[in-house]
Every structure is written in C-alpha cells, then in structure tokens.
Write a protein that binds this ligand. Sequence first.
Ligand code: HEM
Length: 393
Amino acid sequence: MLSEKSRPVIEATIGIIAERIPNITPVFYKSMFEARPDLLDGMFSRANQKNGTQPQALAGSIAMFASHLLNHPDSYPDEVLSRVAHKHTSLGLLPEEYPTVHEHLFGAIAADLGDAATPEVVAAWDEVYWLMADALIKIEKGLYSQQANDVMFAPFRLISKEQVADGVVAFEFEPADDTPMTPSVAGQYISIQVVVKDGLRQPRQFTLVPSDPGHRRIVVREDPEGEVSPILHEDIEVGDVLEISNPYGDVTLDPDFDGPLVLVSAGIGVTPVVAFLDQLAREDPEREVLVLHADRSEAAWPGRELVRDYVSRMPNAKLVSWLAAPGEGDFEGHMDVSQVEIPEGAEVFMCGPLAFMQSVRSQLVAGGVPGRAIHYEIFGPDLWMLHDEARTA
Ligand code: HEM
C-alpha cells in the first residue's frame, strides 16, 4: 500500500510522468544498455527495443501501477503483474537485476524533470517502483519454485521440422541433456534463445502446441523482416541444439470453470487454441466449445486439420471460419461475431493481431459479453493492458 506521505505527491505528478514517458524511456534504455550491454545478449529483444514497444510497456506499466494504487488502495493490478512476471521468468530474470532498472530509469526521470525532480518526488516514485518490483519478485520466486529443475534454460535438440501452412513451420524438440522437464499447461509458452547474425543470443516466446510426451513443439510464422523467425525457418536444422526455457504464461483454462468456452483466433494466433482443444478433447470432450477463426485463406490457416479433427471428436464443439479468400470459409472477410450465437455465460479466449482482438472484443462487449470474461494472449509486449481500465481495475 502506498504511504500517506507519497500519495499526494504521486497524485500531483502522475500526469506529468505519464506524459513524459516517451521522452524518458529512450534515455533510460540507452544508459542501461551502455552500462550493461550483456542484457542484450539473451535477455532483451533487440527488435522490441527498436520498435519501442518494450520500453513503453515497462515504463507505462509503472505509471499504470501508480494509478491503480491511487484508485484502488487495497489491491494490486494482479492481471498485469502476473503477465509481466511470467514473461520475466521465461527469460530467467533474477531479483538482483531490479536495482539496474531502478538506477537507469530514475536517472532518466531526474534528467528529464530537472528541477521538478525534488527529493519528495523522487522518494514517492521510488516507493512505487519498489512496491511493484517487490510484488513482481514475489510472484517470480513462486513461479521458479514450481519448476521441475533449477535452470533458466536447458538444451533441446530439434528432431523434426515441417511446413504446416504457407510460411508456417512446426518445430519439435527433445531434451539434449537430463534436465527434468516441467510439464506445461495448455496455453503456456516457452522462450527460445537463437544466436543471430552478429553472435548475440536473442530470445523469443512461442506457444507450446501438443507434442509427443517429453517433447516441446512450437509453430512459427516467418516474419521476413524479423531477426529470429527467418533464422529458425532457414538456418536451424534437425539435429541442432537450442536453449529453451521452462513453460510459463497465465492465459490458461480455469480448472474450476466448466461452462461454455469461445476460442477466437486469427492467423498464427491459432496456436493456443490448438493447445486448449487438445486439453479439452482429452479431459472434457463433452464441453460446449465455439471455435472462431479468421485467416487469409484455407492454405494460410495453420493447424486447420488439427482444429477440425478436435472439433469433430467433441460432440458439443462447433467451428466457424472467416476467410478472406472468396468461397473458402463459412463467411468471407473480417470476423463478425454477430453472425454466430455466443453461448450464455461463456468465457472467451482470444489470440491474434492486436487490431483483430480489439475489434472482436468490442463486438463481444457490444453483444453483452462482460469484459472480465474475455481473456487474451498477445505476442510481444502488451501495451493494450496498460490502457484498459476494464481489465486492470
Ligand atoms: C518485459 C515491466 C523490471 C527485463 C516487461 C514488460 C513489462 C515489464 C510491462 C512487458 C511484458 C509483456 O507484455 O510482454 C517491468 C517492471 C519492472 C521490470 C515494472 C520493475 C519494477 C525488469 C528488469 C529487467 C527486465 C529488472 C532486467 C534487467 C524485461 C525483459 C522483458 C520485460 C527482458 C521482455 C522484453 C522483450 O522481449 O522485449 N517488463 N519490468 N524487467 N522485462 Fe521487465
């Protein structure tokens, strides 16, 4: 809980801090990476630094946390903390690194605010930073303690590589040493470190899809402009060994909820849906499930046979598709959920590009689905959660 001394100072300065974040973050990251270039080797994604999404997400989340403390003094924004902690642990972040971010972030804030960074202002924001850091460290410790091993990454050998749709390849890995494997829950992801052209290790997260027992399987769409997916697609071959993290991620099915489910995806966002369907087909095949997918065409839709197969084995499951290619899907063009009946009391899981999810979420809310029943997985830093009071309150 924020102290009574800091509360009025945060109230008075949150506006200016939030407004200055775009100016503060470049200075913060520049000074941090100058002092600690090793953080770009295996920890931070260079691509997300270049496009600015991660710096904005990190600094923006602190402003959002402060605003939550002002508006809801007795609670924390659990959903945001959980998402960040899962991402951090998938990268092997340790508590010792929190002073690093603190030092460079606060250096940048002081430089930007100039005389306005009085000792009272700095002390109040310090308190916010450490409340948030301590909350994250606690969740991260808990996540690490649930693992079957005490390493952050373990070596895995690629044992198969197959194209599953236009520009989409499935990779299956087996352990390359005797590190015990933590079992994954449907919807979780792993971080994989790939050595890129200049020798740096670059991590990326990929949803786990069903695999043979004791293996890890991912499905990757190639981004020709990307730094990592072209290497996976073109350079990594069967027999190669890559470093893979334990499974993390909190967008998973609630074991205590047995009502209807709506699984919504577009493009490669189908991966968590495939994982959920696999779990449901095994453990709860009678479940009422509505699967909605949007794609460019039949050929571009990854996992289409798998999805159809799961749905055909579940008597109360139904699949509806929106494909841009004329005549190929149930509907043509963009997904419009008013064309289907959303089951009463359903929990919704979405994964796909941000604009797609924003559109579908608005349609669902307009159709009467409560915002809190809509869960989503976003590939890359989540800037959406920082601007959505409905989800963070
Ligand atoms: C990701 C917040 C401390 C390294 C993130 C994200 C947020 C965040 C919001 C984006 C999560 C997502 O949506 O994917 C914070 C806050 C911190 C903190 C509030 C302190 C209170 C640290 C520290 C490090 C670190 C100390 C390491 C020195 C990272 C990395 C990512 C990340 C590597 C993923 C970056 C990427 O792939 O682009 N953090 N973080 N964070 N954070 Fe932190």
